[in-house]
Design a protein around this ligand. Structure first.
Ligand code: PEP
Ligand code: MN
Length: 377
């Protein structure tokens, strides 16, 4: 059931509806929209009686939600959700006109490696940095990540390069830690249906990047997001990262049709991961272009300063120069579909900070590559 308030409804009217829902033993989810607020209800097992709510002041209508998911549905919220990541000058909005570009290595391997990657992706225009400190690896003998030490390095990256941090959480313990250091909590493909983890991140104040399971249907993907919203965290960014198919020329098949599919059914933003979606370095940029063309709200891309030495996913990680090319090509496509790629208008202050702390290290100056890439439709 969805309670739609009239445009003139006051805070008091909304509160009264929420209290009624609580008194019935259910949970209210007020969703402010551009023109009016809608209030979703979760926790009820059977259908509710619309008249119970329609008699309350400034309730426009009470409508049953036809989809199995409620809070992620466009029936509940017609406008696109825009998720704010980070704070202050470095805040990034995901789901608006501007594309969100997240880049960095698969895993944080060392301070030097993370800093080199961060410098490269920041210069090329990324506003967010990715890097796993807890790695869900197929083999127990593969590199599992640096744990909290990796998170501390990520926090230093944010401090020095002004990049918002996206990192994976695999259980409630790693979630407690990631919440302390990161800006966005990533739930990986292998955990898309780890319902206790979904509930845990649903109780977090941090936005969540939810990756599609490798054999999940669109409905299962949205139901996983519903778990997070139903706990009260509405800041969910979906991510298409490729699904398993018979094709063996790539590691996974990036299912680009799910992007307009999500847009039809849900107000949540969706980004694409052409790195895991293809598993091959030479396919990453073409699929990044395609993802933006079909309406992705951003990209998450693996970039490593020395991909051949990477401890995980080196074969799909871009060299820094390739990432620069990707940014230029994606900016061109963005213009065609009415989106922009903004890399920030000022020279990164880490240039001066770094020179001040280590004068022999580098001459201060503008970034070598485009400081701002902004294209209009
Ligand atoms: C990752 O982002 O490095 C990762 C492990 O992704 P996925 O969960 O999509 O495999
Ligand atoms: Mn990876």
């Amino acid at each position: 059931m969805l309670i739609v308030m009239k445009p003139q409804a006051t805070e008091e009217d909304i509160r009264r509806v929420c209290e009624k829902i609580q008194a019935m033993g259910y949970r209210p989810h007020p969703m402010p929209g551009a023109e009016r607020t809608a209030i979703g209800i979760t926790g009820n097992r059977g259908p509710l009686e619309p008249a119970e709510f329609e008699s309350l002041p400034n309730v426009a209508e009470a409508i049953p939600v036809s989809k199995p998911y409620k809070l992620v549905s466009r029936e509940v919220k017609a406008e696109n959700s825009v998720i704010l990541v980070g704070a202050g000058e470095d805040a990034v909005a995901i789901g608006g006109r501007e594309l969100a570009i997240i880049a960095g290595p698969c895993a944080v391997e060392s301070r030097e490696q993370a800093f080199a990657a961060a410098e490269a992706v920041r210069r090329a225009g990324a506003r967010m940095f990715r890097g796993g400190a807890f790695k869900p690896r197929t083999s127990p003998y593969s590199f599992q990540g640096l744990g909290e030490e990796g998170l501390k390095i990520l926090a230093e990256v944010r401090e020095r390069y002004g990049l918002a941090i996206v990192t994976e959480t695999v259980d409630s313990e790693s979630c407690d830690l990631a919440e302390k250091y990161a800006d966005v909590l990533q739930v990986g493909a292998r955990n898309m249906q780890n319902f206790s983890l979904l509930k845990r991140v649903g109780r977090s104040k941090k936005p969540v990047l939810l990756k599609r399971g490798m054999s999940a249907t669109l409905e299962e993907f949205l139901m996983a997001a519903e778990y997070i919203l139903s706990e009260g965290n509405y800041n969910v960014i979906l991510c298409e990262r490729g699904v398993r198919t018979f094709a063996d020329h790539t590691r996974n098949t990036l299912d680009l049709s799910v992007i307009p599919g999500v847009k039809d059914l849900s107000h949540l933003p969706i980004i694409a991961d052409p790195s895991h979606g293809t598993g091959r370095r030479d396919k990453v940029t073409p699929l990044a272009r395609a993802a933006v063309a079909v309406g992705a709200d951003g990209l998450i891309v693996e970039v490593h300063p020395q991909p051949d030495r990477a401890l995980s996913d080196g074969f799909q990680s871009l060299f820094p120069e390739q990432f620069e090319e990707l940014m230029a090509e994606v900016s061109a496509i963005a213009g065609v579909v009415g989106r922009t790629v903004s890399t920030g208008s000022t020279a990164p202050d880490w240039e001066t900070a770094r020179t001040a702390s280590n004068p022999t290290d580098r001459q201060a100056g503008p970034p070598a590559s485009r400081p701002t890439v902004r294209s209009s439709p």
